[in-house]
Design a protein around this ligand. Structure first.
Ligand SMILES: Nc1nc2c(ncn2[C@@H]2O[C@H](COP(=O)(O)OP(=O)(O)OP(=O)(O)O)[C@@H](O)[C@H]2O)c(=O)[nH]1
Ligand SMILES: [Mg+2]
Length: 306
């Protein structure tokens, strides 16, 4: 048998790639870009992501299973923070390869602690320097890369912009070069492990966070309670959960104006996702202290990893 025939059976490569980094560095924007569809919410606020979300990129014989994670925040100690940090740590432990995402020109104590965790995990890691579009002086990049490479033995360093899409192909090439051999974990047509319902909740949550002021993002959650596909329209009933009456008032706004705008913006996105007409009904409900209740966190899918 020739060598090619010998290896034909295990010609595919597939790996779990954890996207790890501080809140707000652009992990989810990057995953959405790499997959080519909006799988999860991205906002200007830190702590947008609350779950481990898989984004699947299959090209030829290679399957990259990206694991988006909540931003690691070692400063705060609330239950919800601890759960989010653990979700990220678990992804790190499961990963074949880590993409450590940082912002160009910025490397603070929060990043250092994450780098330490990655070192501890023993996983190979790529340093992904995001938001290079924000750098005023492109010459700043080289000393930044040199300083980082001196402190950790990265398997590769990739500067890019998840927002403009520049050098995404450079990252994919680096990831593919580090994939272990093995069978595909997911159907090549599949883009995520999450159902449409989850993506709908994310779109509504994103719209809401974008329309709110500086209220604590943790204190809002979205749950789709009813979904029916009629011949020409999809009807979606969703509930926005808040912790206090005062927050309910803020979400609804004067004369219901804010809730209306949240719903309109979300509906436009949902129609794009589902490629059909959507009727969205939003209600706001107070569920006291859900961010401090393990049961409520679990119900919303924010589970403590085992
Ligand atoms: N200028 C610029 N902004 C970016 C880039 N990538 C992401 N952003 C913005 O950074 C903000 C945070 O992006 P997210 O993708 O939500 O960040 P995240 O790391 O997933 O944040 P958490 O889920 O909170 O941990 C958003 O406003 C994005 O539009 C980039 O390459 N350039
Ligand atoms: Mg995110």
């Amino acid at each position: 048998m020739t060598e090619i025939e010998d290896s034909a059976g295990d010609a595919t490569r597939c790996g779990l790639v954890a996207l790890i980094g501080r809140p707000n560095v652009g992990k989810t924007t990057l995953m959405n870009r790499l997959v080519g569809e909006k799988l999860a919410a991205t906002t200007r606020r830190p702590h947008t992501t609350r779950h481990r979300i898989l984004g699947i990129v299959t090209e030829g014989q290679d399957q990259v299973v990206l694991m988006d994670t909540p931003g690691i925040d070692t400063e705060r100690t609330q239950l919800v923070n601890r759960v989010l940090n653990r979700t990220a740590s678990q992804a790190l432990a499961d990963a074949d390869l880590v993409c450590f995402i940082v912002e160009a020109g910025q490397f603070g104590p929060g990043d250092e602690r994450i780098e330490e965790n990655i070192r501890h995990s023993g996983r190979p890691a790529l340093l992904v320097i995001n938001k290079v579009d924000q750098l005023r002086e492109k010459e700043e990049l080289l000393p930044f890369i040199e300083a980082r490479a001196a402190s950790f033995d990265y398997a590769g360093v990739v500067p890019l912009s998840a927002k403009t899409g520049s050098n995404l192909e450079g990252l994919i090439a680096e990831i593919r070069a580090h994939l272990p051999q093995g069978p595909f974990l997911y159907d090549p047509d599949q883009l995520s492990d999450r159902p449409q319902r989850f993506r709908a909740e994310e779109m509504i949550r994103e719209s809401m966070l974008e329309h709110l002021g500086q209220e604590v993002p943790y204190s809002v959650a979205v749950r789709v309670e009813d979904w029916s596909d009629e011949p020409r329209t999809t009807h979606i009933d969703a509930v926005i959960l808040v912790e206090r009456d005062s927050q309910k008032g803020i979400v609804i706004g004067k004369g219901g104006q804010r809730l209306k705008r949240i719903g309109q913006a979300a509906r436009v996105q949902l129609e794009e996702l589902l490629e059909r007409k959507v009727m969205l009904r939003l209600t706001v409900r107070v569920e006291a202290d859900w961010t401090r209740s393990p049961r409520a966190l679990r119900e919303l899918g924010i589970e403590e990893p085992r």
